[in-house]
Design a protein around this ligand. Structure first.
Ligand code: PLP
Length: 414
C-alpha cells in the first residue's frame, strides 16, 4: 500500500496528500491538483536541468549572432560548432553532415521536397514510404503527388515494415524512399539498416525520420547507411524549436530554406543557438547512459504493459518486441479514448489517445487503422510514453487509475 493514500467517496484510491485534491463540480470528480504523472514523453519532454544550465548563459551573456564577426558573435559561432561536433560524435558521423533546423517537421519537409527535386533532375518520379509515417512526411508527400510524383504507401504488419515487401515495391523509376525509424504512436522500430542497404545498391536516396529514435535508442549513422536522417531536440529533453537533418557526405542536397549563408550555405536563417546548444547537451547526456536508461525504462514499460493488459478487453497495439523502450499503446473494448484521457488528467496523469482532433471531429489515428484496428477500437486507445523521470510508483499509480476509470466508463455505458 502506498504511504500517502486517500480514498474518494467512490472508494477509489488516490496517491498523494489529501489537501492536494479538489472536487471538479462539473463532473463531480476528485481532481488531483498537486500530483502530476507525465507519461506523454513522445509528445515532448521536460528540459533537463543540466541542459538549462548550458542554455541560460546563451541568453544572458553569449547572446551573439554566429554570423557576426565581433567577439560576442565569434563566441556564439564557436558554441554552435561545438554543438555540431558533439552531436556528430554521438551519431558517429563527420561534423559537416549535421545541419540545424527548427525541428523534426522542417527536417522532414526538407528531406522529402529536396529529394524530389533531385529525383526529378534524374527523370525519376516514384517514391516509397509507409502508411504509418508522421504527418510531416505524409503531407509533404501529398504535396508532391499533386505535382505529379507517384507514391507507394506500404502497409506495416503489426507496425513493422517487411524489407521483402519494400524490395518488391521498387520500380525502375523509384528515386527516393522515406521510412520512419520509430513510430510516434505505437513505438514500433523499423529495420532501417536493411532498408538503407536495399536502396544503396540501387542508387535510391533513403531518408529516415528518426525523431522518436535519436536520444532513446542507439543511432549509429556510420553503420546505418541512410542518406538523410531527421531529429528533433524536444523529444529528448532539449528545448523546442531546434532539430537537425543529417545529409550524407558527398550527397549534393538542394537547400530548402532560402536566405542567408548559414549552415555552410545549406539553410538560411539565424541559428537558434540556445536550442541547438541544448540539443547537443541533452543528446550527450542521453548517449552517456543510454544502456542503463534503456534497461530501466524497458522494465517500467513491461510493468505498465502487464498491468494494463490485466484489464479485461484490452490489447497492445504494435509489435511487443520491435518497440521503443518507453512506448505503451493499448486499446480497451467499449471505451472512448477522449473520456479516458480527461479522467486520467483529473488524477494528474498526462497521457495521449489514438485519435486526433481534425476539423472539429475526432478522427481515429491513421496509424492504428493502418495496422488493422477497427475505428472504434482505435478511438479507444491510450498511449503512455515513459521517460527518464518516470518511476515504478508512478507506473503502479497509473495502472490503478486506468483500471478504475475503464471500469467506471464501462459501467456508465450500461
Ligand atoms: N516526426 C515524428 C516521428 C514525430 O514524432 C514528430 C513530432 O511529434 C515530428 C516528426 C515533428 O517534430 P517537431 O515537433 O520537432 O516538428
Amino acid at each position: 500500500m502506498l504511504k500517502n493514500t486517500i480514498y474518494n467517496c467512490a472508494g477509489s484510491m488516490y496517491y498523494g496528500d489529501k489537501k492536494g485534491f479538489e472536487v471538479n463540480t462539473m463532473t463531480n470528480t476528485m481532481m488531483n491538483k498537486e500530483k502530476t504523472v507525465y507519461m506523454d514523453n513522445a509528445a515532448t519532454t521536460k528540459v533537463m536541468d543540466e541542459v538549462m544550465d548550458n542554455i541560460i548563459p546563451l541568453y544572458r551573456k553569449d547572446f551573439g549572432n554566429p554570423s557576426s564577426i565581433h567577439k560576442i558573435g565569434r563566441n556564439a559561432k564557436s558554441c554552435l560548432e561545438n554543438a555540431r561536433r558533439e552531436i556528430a560524435a554521438c551519431l558517429n558521423v563527420r561534423n559537416s553532415t549535421i545541419n540545424f533546423t527548427s525541428g523534426g517537421t522542417e527536417s522532414d519537409n526538407w528531406a522529402v521536397k529536396s529529394a524530389a527535386r533531385l529525383m526529378k533532375a534524374e527523370g525519376k518520379s516514384h517514391i516509397i514510404t509507409t502508411d504509418i509515417e508522421h504527418p510531416a512526411i505524409l503531407k509533404s508527400l501529398s504535396t508532391l503527388e499533386k505535382e505529379g510524383f507517384s507514391v507507394t504507401y506500404l502497409n506495416c504488419d503489426d507496425g513493422v515494415l517487411s524489407p521483402k515487401l519494400f524490395e518488391a515495391a521498387l520500380r525502375e523509376d523509384t528515386g527516393f524512399a522515406t521510412v520512419m525509424y520509430a513510430n510516434n504512436e505505437i513505438g514500433t522500430v523499423q529495420p532501417i539498416a536493411e532498408l538503407a542497404e536495399i536502396c544503396r545498391c540501387r542508387g535510391i536516396i533513403f531518408h529516415t525520420d528518426a525523431v522518436q529514435a535519436v536520444g532513446h535508442i542507439p543511432v549509429d549513422l556510420e553503420s546505418l547507411g541512410a542518406d538523410l536522417l531527421s531529429f528533433s531536440g524536444h523529444k529528448f529533453y532539449a528545448p523546442k524549436g531546434a532539430g537537425g537533418l543529417y545529409i550524407r557526405e558527398g550527397l549534393d542536397f538542394p537547400r530548402f530554406i532560402d536566405g542567408g549563408e548559414q549552415e555552410h550555405r545549406h539553410r538560411g536563417g539565424t541559428e537558434n543557438l540556445p536550442g541547438i546548444a541544448g540539443l547537443a547537451a541533452a543528446l550527450k547526456l542521453c548517449c552517456g547512459n543510454m544502456t542503463e536508461e534503456i534497461g530501466r525504462i524497458t522494465d517500467l514499460r513491461n510493468r505498465l504493459t502487464a498491468g494494463l493488459l490485466n484489464i479485461k478487453g484490452s490489447r497492445l497495439n504494435g509489435s511487443a518486441e520491435k518497440r521503443l523502450p518507453g512506448n505503451v499503446n493499448v486499446s480497451f473494448d467499449g471505451i472512448e479514448g477522449e473520456s479516458l484521457l480527461i479522467m486520467l488528467d483529473m488524477r494528474g496523469i498526462c497521457a495521449s489517445s489514438g485519435s486526433a482532433c481534425s476539423s472539429g471531429s475526432l478522427d481515429a489515428s491513421h496509424v492504428l487503422t493502418a495496422i488493422g484496428l477497427p475505428t472504434e477500437m482505435a478511438k479507444g486507445s491510450l498511449r503512455l510514453t515513459l521517460g527518464r523521470y518516470n518511476t515504478a510508483q508512478e507506473v503502479d499509480y497509473t495502472v490503478e487509475a486506468v483500471t478504475d476509470i475503464v471500469g467506471k466508463l464501462r459501467e456508465m455505458r450500461m
